[in-house]
Design a protein around this ligand. Structure first.
Ligand code: FES
Ligand code: FES
Length: 166
């Protein structure tokens, strides 16, 4: 038996018939074809599958597709692309915060959520925010640097915007 679900992914609405046991991660990757979201452990341990569900960062391997019915999902493809990258995507490249890249989409989704909620995080707060996103390659130092760099430049942009309105 399949259930018909309707969900919005990166601003586009999809109606899909899914098996009730299928995870949101599998729906995103296999039904919708957005493979930027990675499947690592498939059990909520690595964070590689992180997406925003109604604005909240979740492990999409722990959410059933049917639970996402009538909800809104943002994946890494919705954050930015090669032509219009998110500042975090640019900073990860600039700081060499990507090696194999497997953790990167989930890491960036978590970091984006952090910066949206806390635009000026301390190093400690960045480390705490990404503690559920495992990276086997980088040692995290460059990832943390990249996130802090974006926080500084986004803050600079906001401050300049405020000044220009005075
Ligand atoms: S694949 Fe979802 S947490 Fe690892
Ligand atoms: S860059 Fe390889 S797991 Fe993070």
């Amino acid at each position: 038996m399949k259930c018909l679900i309707r969900l919005k992914v990166n601003g586009e609405t999809y109606e899909i018939a899914v098996e009730p046991r299928k995870t949101l991660l599998d729906v995103i990757r296999n039904e919708i074809g957005l493979t930027g979201t990675k499947k690592g452990c498939n059990m909520g341990e690595c964070g590689a599958c992180t997406v925003l569900l109604d604005g909240k960062a979740v492990c999409s391997c722990l959410v059933l597709g049917v639970e996402a019915d009538r909800r809104e999902v943002i994946t890494i493809e919705g954050l930015g692309n090669g032509v219009h990258p998110d500042p975090l995507q640019e900073a990860f490249v600039k700081h060499g915060a990507i090696q194999c890249g497997f953790c990167t989409p989930g890491m960036i989704m978590t970091a984006r959520k952090l910066l949206d909620e806390n635009p000026s995080p301390s190093e400690e707060e960045v480390r705490e925010a990404i503690c559920g996103n495992l990276c086997r390659c980088t040692g995290y130092v460059k990832i943390v640097e990249a996130v802090l760099d974006v926080a500084r430049s986004e803050k600079g942009g906001r401050d300049a915007g405020l000044l220009s309105h005075r």
